[in-house]
Design a binder for this molecule. Structure first.
Ligand code: ADP
Ligand code: ASP
Ligand code: MG
Length: 420
């Protein structure tokens, strides 16, 4: 029989009524003949509440360091509750089910607490349970380090738990959430966004890493590496029911590029408000400057994203701007200040009122003019571009955060994504 991993996010298990609906969806897949494992998130809002408690109790959350193992003990607890509740509900329906915590499987993770990566999932115990007909209900988001401590996989990490488990037991992965698939952009921002029937792993990877939180980036990386078939579906339906008039309950299939017949130049627009821009003024213009600055940031594990350097008006000096995640901004400034004397720049400033808006599409590889359309659409709306970065299949711009929604909608229209 085929193995299927079904994952349900926070809004899908937000209360007992929704958990009962999840149980009906699981029961339907079981009845259809699959060996089923289910991965659950914490109830909507729970993880935020737990994170807030750790902020109050100690210096975790904002400035996570590798020693924040107790942060993980707290924030992993939300998933334990929903796993137990769903297993109980399934049993009440007469089904054979039990809950599994990360350490019981075990899902072995590294010790980068708060953002750990899965190292290994020995599949034997789980596969045996599934093969025996039992529905395995697994707490998402959590793993166990090699020395036995709980580790969490970063926000949104239950997606990664689900895909990794599907890869380990050799099954497909269905991600059930509060939208019925992957859209051309966040449907909460642009009501004209269209559902994509299929999206390539590569495009999904860019969309996720550029802010589309419907799938955690790492989950897409794993799906791509292990060829896990992934679907994104709505959990707000009864088994067999269509999520809305004119829709089939099919969601979006994330697959290899070759499986997509209809080729588009741009497939989606993503945005991220989790950005901060650091500006350095009056840098000496000679070799080694960037290396000192970014070396110090890398040593402190601060991830730098966009970078731009320009000549200052004074001869032989330059200005530089780069972006980091908001939660790293204060630390990045501190680190840059530690090399200020050695490098010899005048001033450093930070701006957190910025957002990154990106257009993504594999068709960009072979089509010119995509950037031009982006820049003119933004110019028409009076949106100023502060930093630009590109890769083979995406273009990102940093703009004033106040214009995020305007920019997303303007770009969605410019590439005619509402007409897919
Ligand atoms: P879950 O709790 O099920 O994990 P998330 O909130 O993490 O759900 O992800 C689903 C949300 O992702 C949607 O409600 C939607 O607002 C957002 N989202 C952002 N970009 C997209 C996109 N391109 N397609 C679909 N949803 C998107
Ligand atoms: N509950 C965790 C979070 O809110 C993990 C997840 O939902 O995927 O980030
Ligand atoms: Mg999520």
């Amino acid at each position: 029989m085929s193995r299927l991993v079904m994952k349900f996010g926070g809004t899908s298990v937000a209360d007992l009524e929704r958990i009962r609906r999840v149980a009906r969806l699981v029961a339907a897949e079981k009845a259809a003949g699959h060996d089923v494992a289910v991965v659950v998130s914490a109830m909507a809002g729970k993880t935020n509440e737990l994170v807030a408690w750790t902020d109050g109790a100690g210096p975790a959350g904002a400035g996570l360091t590798p020693s924040d193992d107790e942060y993980d003990v707290v924030v992993a607890s939300g998933e334990q509750v929903t796993a137990g509740l769903l297993a109980m509900t399934l049993r009440n329906m007469g089904l054979n089910a039990r809950s599994w915590m990360g350490w019981q499987i075990p899902i072995i993770a590294d010790d980068a607490h708060g953002r750990a990566r899965i190292d290994d999932i020995p599949p034997e115990k789980l596969a045996a349970a599934m093969d025996s007909g039992e529905i395995a209900v697994i707490a998402g988001f959590q793993g166990v380090t090699r020395d036995g401590r709980i580790a969490t996989l970063g926000r949104g990490g239950s997606d990664t738990s689900a895909v990794a488990i599907a890869a380990a037991v050799g099954g497909a992965c269905d991600i059930y959430t509060d939208v019925d698939g992957v859209y051309t952009t966040d449907p909460r921002i642009e009501s004209k966004a269209r559902k994509l029937a299929k999206v390539s792993y590569e495009e999904m990877l860019e969309m996720a890493s550029l802010g589309a939180k419907v799938l955690q980036t790492r989950s897409v990386e794993l799906a791509m590496a292990y060829h896990v078939p992934v679907r994104v579906l709505s959990s707000f339906v009864e088994p067999g029911e269509a999520p809305g008039p004119g829709f089939e309950h099919l969601g979006t299939i994330v697959c290899d590029e070759e499986e997509i017949v209809e080729k588009r130049i741009v497939s989606g627009v993503a945005y991220s408000r989790d950005e901060a821009k650091i500006s350095l003024f009056g840098l000496p213009d000679h070799p080694g400057v960037s290396s000192s600055i970014f070396g110090a940031l890398a040593d402190a594990n601060v991830n730098v994203d966009m970078i731009v350097q320009s000549h200052a008006r004074t001869a032989d000096t330059a200005n530089m701007e780069f972006t980091v995640g908001k939660r790293d901004a204060a630390r990045a400034v501190e680190i840059v200040r530690t090399v200020q004397k050695e490098v010899g720049f005048d001033d450093v400033q930070v701006n957190e009122d910025v957002a990154k808006v990106s257009v993504i599409g594999v068709g960009m590889r072979s089509h010119a003019g995509v950037a031009k359309s982006m820049f003119s659409a933004l110019a028409e709306k009076g949106v100023n571009i502060q930093v630009i970065s590109t890769s083979e299949i995406k273009i990102s711009v940093l703009i004033d955060a106040a214009y995020t929604e305007l920019a997303v909608r303007a770009l969605h229209a410019a590439y005619e994504l509402d007409q897919l």
